[in-house]
Design a protein around this ligand. Structure first.
Ligand code: NAD
Length: 277
């Protein structure tokens, strides 16, 4: 099979990001090098990790082993809550880059706003300086709701390139998505398959669309995200599913199929509440 060409989403800072990637949340560090190596073999070139996942070193080893040219890869990591601040953010960035074995990062995110700490504005100003240094191309946030974004826009200079939020058919965060769109912030959807927790892949709205196109329910849901314009990086430890989740460019959901899946919204958050993180 030839590797499909993954569309790129244009970011507000002039860079672009492959719309489909591979996430490594809850991937055991002992298995990460093998799993990321397989994902790269399948064709993924965009990897999403975080300091808190504890597997940056192993992601870095898989990248080094692959011998894929650096400019073909898009690597994201995230700053954990206890590293928010100025010097602590600089130090955390250096440490992540070193663990990944890279000399620049494609995208660095504030993982959660952690509003009780009230340090995300200060942290964002540190991110602006990191971007200025050229060692990170794009900077963004994660789990920020409209009020958190509004504060950044009011008190800092650079509009985040992305907001990575929990987003799947059961929980689409329309207010955050609309605010982001209005301000040119791309949406990254985490937990795109509902983390396998909800019976999302068994619902008739999903299975009917999948059957109509001769694809699996997971492929139909990933396609729904892509057609909604989200950036996604579903996770799987299994090579067969990695390949399945990557093979989503040979069909298109019809408007009524898209609408039926969109209508599944029920504010069913799986993760932490960003206001209480
Ligand atoms: P996901 O929605 O990608 O679900 C992954 C699970 O779905 C797998 O463990 C498996 O059980 C199932 N699955 C995968 N492929 C399948 C297939 N083809 N058929 C049937 N079931 C399948 O959940 P996720 O891993 O939480 O989210 C994706 C990525 O988003 C993460 O790996 C991570 O990079 C990122 N993320 C970010 C945050 C954040 O706070 N910023 C939080 C969670 C996840």
């Amino acid at each position: 099979m030839t590797r499909p060409i993954v569309p790129r989403i244009q970011l507000n800072d002039g860079f672009s990001i492959p719309q489909l990637g591979f996430g490594v949340f809850r991937v055991d560090p002992n298995e990460t090098e093998r799993i990321v190596t397989e994902a790269l073999e399948v064709g993924y070139r965009h990897i999403d990790t975080a300091r808190i996942y504890g597997n940056e070193t192993q992601v870095g080893r898989a990248i080094a082993r692959s011998e894929i040219r650096r400019e073909e890869l898009f690597i994201t990591t995230k700053l954990w809550n206890d590293d928010q601040g100025t010097q602590s953010a600089f130090d955390a960035f250096d440490a992540s880059l070193e663990r990944l074995g890279l000399d620049y990062l494609d995208l660095y995110l504030i993982h959660w706003p952690a509003p009780a700490q009230d340090r995300y504005v200060e942290t964002w100003k540190a991110f602006e300086r990191l971007q200025e240094s050229g060692r990170v191309r794009s900077i963004g946030v994660s789990n920020f709701r409209a009020p958190h974004l509004e504060r950044l826009l009011a008190e800092t200079d650079i509009v985040p390139a992305v907001d990575q939020i929990e987003l799947h058919p059961y929980h689409q965060q329309p207010e955050t998505a609309a605010f982001a769109e209005e301000h040119g912030i791309a949406i990254e959807a985490w937990g795109p398959l509902g983390q396998g927790k909800y019976p999302l892949l068994e619902l008739p709205e999903v299975t009917d669309a999948a059957a109509a196109h001769g694809v699996t329910p997971a492929q139909a849901v990933i396609r729904w995200h892509l057609q909604r314009g989200h950036i996604v990086f579903p996770k799987s430890n299994h090579r067969g599913r990695m390949a399945e989740n990557f093979d989503v460019f040979g069909f298109e959901l019809a408007p009524d199929e898209m609408d039926a899946i969109t209508a599944l919204e029920r504010a069913g958050r799986m993760g932490a509440d960003p206001d209480e993180s």
